[in-house]
Design a protein around this ligand. Structure first.
Ligand code: ATP
Length: 296
């Protein structure tokens, strides 16, 4: 009897593992929202990143022709600089990120990286050049070491630890009884939103992309966690071109340029200090969030 149930148990757990992996993949595809119709141009060359300059060159975009979303946006992020996009819900911030990844093609103008139109290069090389720290990092049912190492094929343990240190998650991991071998995910240790995000940052750092896109979380974090995340993001952005899609304002103050988007149009742009001093939409949003922070 034991001889029969053992393999059955084993098959059962294998089935559950496969099913869970499929669920994880589904989550990932839902997150990336990649429509299937974007294909490489025949014979398209790979993107050659020389510095990582991003240029939204008078970009127009609609999901539905009856409802334009972006109205000729002209935005440049110089190589190695950072730009943050802020604005009310539905203003088009995440759409800019989806266009950068070429999940959709622009419907007017062009989107260029180091002068190359993203429609003219292979998607594989485009995706390899951009690291994303998503709002919600998908964890696999595996060890924390695997979850970080997933960022790079064949990453050594030393590289994984170095990335975890930079992402300010190493001390947390070594404090766990099983350290880097701790099982996480649905059937293992449940990580908090902030811990998951730092695992996501470590994963992205391993990939070492010249361009970083941060999709900043919508939910408020406690101030301690927020400090850790901010410092991890700062370390992650060093020496890279960084585009932050900011649903909150906490990470944008340090950006070289901030753009305020409303209904797919730029209504203000400048540094944090300039925008605060000008007393416009950004200053208003900042004041509202400061009140929220105090109330919290
Ligand atoms: P939030 O801060 O709430 O995430 P956002 O500024 O990132 O908002 P987007 O997600 O870019 O806004 O959406 C811009 C507009 O495009 C919204 O009006 C939204 O309804 C619409 N939109 C987004 N995704 C799609 C889609 N897949 N199909 C059709 N319309 C969409």
């Amino acid at each position: 009897m034991v001889q029969i149930t053992m393999p059955l148990n084993f098959l059962g757990s294998m089935y559950r593992n496969i099913r869970q992996s499929l669920v994880d993949m589904e989550d990932m595809f839902a997150l990336l929202e990649q429509p299937a119709e974007i294909v490489d141009r025949p014979g398209a060359p790979d993107l050659r990143v020389t510095g990582g300059k991003i240029h939204f060159d008078h970009v127009q975009f609609h999901y539905d022709p009856a409802r334009p979303i972006l109205h000729g946006l002209d935005i440049t992020v110089p190589a190695g600089k950072s730009l943050a996009i802020v604005g009310p819900s539905g203003s088009g911030k995440s759409t800019l990120g989806r266009l950068l990844f070429r999940f959709y093609d622009v419907t007017g103008g062009a989107l260029k990286i180091d002068g190359q139109d993203v429609r003219e290069v292979t998607q594989e090389s485009l995706h390899a050049a951009i690291g994303v720290v998503p709002q919600d990092t998908v964890l696999f049912n595996d060890t924390i070491r695997y979850n970080i190492g997933y960022g790079k094929d064949g990453a050594s343990f030393e590289e994984i630890v170095a990335a975890a240190k930079k992402a300010r998650i190493h001390d947390f991991i070594t404090g766990l009884p099983e350290g880097y071998d701790t099982q996480v995910g649905e059937r293992g240790l449940k990580l908090s939103g902030g811990e998951k995000q730092r695992v996501g940052i470590a994963r992205t750092l391993l990939k070492d992309p010249p361009i970083l896109m941060l999709d900043e979380a919508t939910s408020a974090l406690d101030s301690h966690t927020e400090r850790d995340i901010l410092s991890a993001l700062k370390a992650a952005g060093e020496g890279r071109t960084v585009l932050t899609i900011a649903h909150r304002l906490s990470t944008v103050a340090d950006a070289d340029e901030i753009i305020v988007l409303e209904q797919g149009r730029i209504v203000e742009r400048g540094s944090h200090e300039m925008l605060l001093a000008s007393g416009g939409r950004y200053a208003e949003m900042w004041a509202v969030q400061a009140e929220d922070r105090e109330a919290a």
